[in-house]
Ligand binder design. Structure first.
Ligand SMILES: NC(=O)c1ccc[n+]([C@@H]2O[C@H](COP(=O)([O-])OP(=O)(O)OC[C@H]3O[C@@H](n4cnc5c(N)ncnc54)[C@H](O)[C@@H]3O)[C@@H](O)[C@H]2O)c1
Ligand SMILES: CC(C)[C@H](C(=O)O)[C@@H](O)C(=O)O
Ligand SMILES: [Mg+2]
Length: 364
């Protein structure tokens, strides 16, 4: 198979984790006889410094001409004081919107060798396998107006939480379709006791549910959901929710697995180009130290192989290699216990590549 993959390293630890993940993809190409052509583009602070824009036209053109996009992370203190249009994060929001990537899939799977890395008790961790389906191109992130203005004679600011029927219907359908391939349970998370947009969300979720009689739908208020995720994450199969709630709940859910450095994501639409990126950010506090955990990005690449290229065996091989490396006790600092020696971003990637090659040799 021949595919063009756009790499968008971005800022902070982004270039480190993308360089390592590229090596894993090259190993997959070698082992399974594919041709992956890599092109590289700028986004975020890196793009602002080079071109003045967080998402240059050239990057968007490269994205549209590629088969899939693998992104590191954007942002950092250097650009924190920038005007809204010149913030690195704006580039990420713009590329999601421009490519219509409304469905953000964030799977949360407990990796058995890491049970001890989680702050939760082992009895609530066994069998955790949930999927957060986050709406990604609507809600507070994009609603207009958004501005500073005088309100009752003093400084004020407004953001707008806005959803249309079509936006809600399509993401809820996605959640039900994924639930059909899993444990057939959807929890729709909202704040319908306060927000009108949530009341519309709930009504539409109920309507959509009638088309999936084989799937159970329940509703949960977001504050309760935040608590239930920690109390007993095993109760969830698919969680569908609006943009901001999904952002917050997914960072929270990462601690079920043990680290934000483990959580992958896929942003999809109905057309061909998907964007794959770790859930975490640019981690400026550890950038350049070799401490970044590349596994979230490596697992995002596995999602890319599966969802964009239909390469299920290759995706599974990466997941199995990651499990094997963790079972061997190889750990970056974020998942190592005080008593364990932490290894570098490159060293854990080497271990994943060795596990891949070993598995491939033994299955021949
Ligand atoms: N998708 C993205 O590009 C994305 C996502 C979240 C935050 N951000 C941006 O990143 C910048 C930093 O934000 P933040 O510090 O709040 O969130 P962050 O996710 O970058 O980091 C939070 C904490 O988790 C740790 N961490 C994150 N990823 C890690 C990894 N792979 N390995 C080991 N440790 C890891 C960091 O060291 C930090 O202590 C901000 O500018 C923010 O806007 C970008
Ligand atoms: C960087 C930021 C805009 C982004 C978001 O909020 O969507 C990030 O936190 C994420 O989770 O992908
Ligand atoms: Mg986030």
């Amino acid at each position: 198979m021949e595919k063009q993959i756009l790499l968008l390293p971005g800022d902070g630890i982004g270039p480190e984790i993308i360089a390592e993940t590229k090596r894993v993809l090259e190993e997959i190409a070698r082992l399974y006889h594919h041709t992956f052509q890599f092109v590289e583009g700028r986004i975020g602070g890196d793009a602002i410094d080079a071109t003045g824009s967080p998402l240059p036209e050239e990057t968007l053109d490269l994205a549209k001409g590629s088969d899939a996009i693998l992104l590191g992370a954007v942002g950092g203190p250097k650009w924190d004081g920038n005007a809204p249009e010149k913030r690195p994060e704006k580039g990420l929001l713009q590329i999601r919107k421009a490519l219509g990537l409304y469905a953000n899939l964030r799977p949360v799977r407990v990796l058995k060798p890491l049970m001890g890395a989680s702050t939760l008790k082992e009895e609530v961790l066994a069998d955790v396998d949930l999927l957060i389906v986050r709406e990604l191109t609507g809600g507070l992130y994009f609603g207009e107006p958004r501005e500073r203005r005088q309100i009752n004679g003093e400084d004020g600011a407004v953001d707008t939480l806005l959803y249309t029927r079509g936006e809600i219907e399509r993401i809820v359908h996605q959640a039900f379709q994924f639930a059909r391939t899993r444990k057939k349970r959807v929890v729709s998370v909202d704040k319908a006791n306060v927000l009108e947009s949530s009341r519309l969300w709930r009504e539409i979720a109920d309507e959509v549910a009638r088309e999936y009689p084989d799937v159970t739908l329940s509703h949960m208020l977001v504050d309760n959901a935040a608590m239930q995720l920690i109390r007993d994450p095993r109760q969830f199969d698919v969680i569908v929710t609006e943009n901001l709630f999904g952002d917050i709940l997914s960072d929270e859910a990462s601690m079920i697995t043990g680290s934000l450095g483990l959580l992958p994501s896929a942003s999809m639409n109905t057309s061909k180009v998907g964007l794959f990126e770790p859930v975490h950010g640019s981690a400026p506090d550890i950038a350049g130290t070799g401490a970044a955990n590349p596994l979230a990005t490596i697992l995002s690449a596995a999602m890319m192989l599966q969802y964009s290229f239909g390469l299920a065996d290759e995706a599974k091989a990466i997941e199995v290699a990651v499990d094997r490396v963790l079972a061997q006790g190889v750990r970056t600092k974020d998942i190592a216990k005080a008593s364990e020696n932490a290894v570098s971003t490159t060293a854990i990637t080497n271990a994943v590549m060795e596990a891949l090659a070993l598995k491939s040799a033994s299955s021949r």
